[in-house]
Design a protein around this ligand. Structure first.
Ligand SMILES: Cc1ncc(COP(=O)(O)O)c(C=O)c1O
Length: 380
């Protein structure tokens, strides 16, 4: 994490007058607070001995069953025993990376020179940190031993992998024995139709599949999952036990109760509608206030990836934006080679997920003023 950017973003997040197009946080309005409170109360009253006791590292059976049923509905025939409940998708990524690439900060089992991880040009910063900490970002994608991908819905671009790319990736794994780390975090938040089948549905030997309740329900529960190739299950469980023994038993119990009482399909439909409206409002605001901006409309998820003409310095634009009352995520956060303080093309991730649609227009208006102000200043 770039310290200057981090400090600026923390200051922006703490200031309620700033319109936040940063962070990619889910909308608090969608958190089912009363229902979670009811589930929490039931979990403690009816299931307290189990919920508050130690549990096995793989996590609660009912939750694993629920997840395997959902994956099966999308074409992946996995059983509850293939699923490990993790502390968010982040821990699932970290466990998979450990199995594939060795420990962070230590000597990777397989050195990056023998092939690290192939990544999209822009990718999820939390995963990037995991790979960087292992010195395992592949210099040459053709020699990578693992590919980290978000086929159903990418972050930051909000796009879907094409059938040709999917087929190419699967055949690369089959031919080279390379692993695919499939991050499905935003899959269920597609705007039109249903999410595509996960790659897991087509390959159980090479695909490590990661999912989460953070985007569809709420991140505070910290519940995600990992499905790994069957021969890696024992190693994955060993790693999970080593890191934290088990995922928080109380939140697992709350979630299991919540899912038993909730219409999750209806919940997803409402969330998709809400975020689709946000995406539309942000795109409209960009066309209105920043017609120079280039972007593709997202197919789902929380954000739009935007390119502005010319070059600039990420940290400078963010500081100027904060002075104008708006924040965003600079493009350098999503790249292997972060250049927060050097001149580079200006790309930004703008999130529509955590501000009501009516504030998005104002946010983009402020951003446009900051960008134009900075350009004028630099011209002199
Ligand atoms: C693509 C992607 N994967 C994983 C995560 C981590 O999610 P979790 O809250 O489940 O750890 C995020 C969170 O922003 C994400 O954007």
């Amino acid at each position: 994490v770039d310290q200057e950017i981090d400090t600026l973003q923390r200051a922006c997040a703490a200031d309620p007058s700033i319109v936040s197009l940063a962070g990619g946080l889910p909308a608090c309005q969608l958190f089912p607070k009363a229902k979670i409170a009811a589930s929490a109360s039931r979990a403690v009253r009816r299931d307290g001995d189990r919920a508050l006791q130690y549990d096995w590292p793989e996590g609660r059976e009912g939750l694993r069953e629920w997840i395997s049923r959902r994956l099966a509905a999308r074409g992946a025939s996995v059983s509850k025993d293939d699923v490990i409940i993790t502390s968010g998708a982040q821990q699932a990524l970290s466990i998979a990376a450990h199995l594939l690439l060795g420990s962070a900060g230590g000597e990777p089992h397989r050195r990056a020179s023998e092939g690290g991880v192939a990544l999209d040009a822009e990718t999820y910063p939390g995963a990037l940190d995991i790979f960087k900490a292992r010195g395992a970002v592949a210099d040459d994608a053709r020699r990578a031993r693992c590919a980290y991908v978000m086929p159903a819905m990418s972050n930051p671009r909000g796009q879907v992998m094409s059938p040709a790319e999917r087929a190419g990736l699967l055949s690369w794994a089959a031919q080279t024995g390379g692993a695919i780390l499939e991050d499905d975090a935003y899959a269920e938040l597609v705007f039109d139709g249903e999410p595509p089948a996960p790659l897991l549905a087509q390959d159980r030997e090479h695909v490590f599949h990661v999912g989460t309740f953070s985007k569809t329900l709420c991140p505070g529960l910290r519940v995600g999952w990992l499905v790994m190739p069957p021969k890696m299950r024992a190693l994955a469980l060993e790693r999970k036990r080593l890191v934290d023994l088990q995922t928080n038993g109380l939140t697992q119990s709350i979630l299991e109760d919540f899912l038993a009482h909730d219409d999750f399909g209806q919940r997803l439909a409402a969330a998709r509608r809400y975020y689709a409206q946000g995406a539309e409002a942000l795109a409209r605001a960009l066309r209105r206030h920043l017609p120079e901006a280039e972007f593709n409309e997202p197919k789902g998820g929380f954000s739009i990836w935007v390119k502005l003409p010319g070059t600039g310095v990420d940290a400078e634009l963010l500081a100027e934006a904060a002075r104008h009352g708006v924040s965003f995520d600079p493009g350098s956060m999503f790249r292997v080679r972060s250049v927060a303080r050097s001149e580079s093309p200006i790309e930004l991730r703008l999130s529509y997920s955590n501000e009501p649609p009516r504030k998005l227009d104002d946010g983009v208006r402020r951003l446009a003023a900051a960008w134009r102000g900075l350009a004028r200043h630099r011209a002199h």
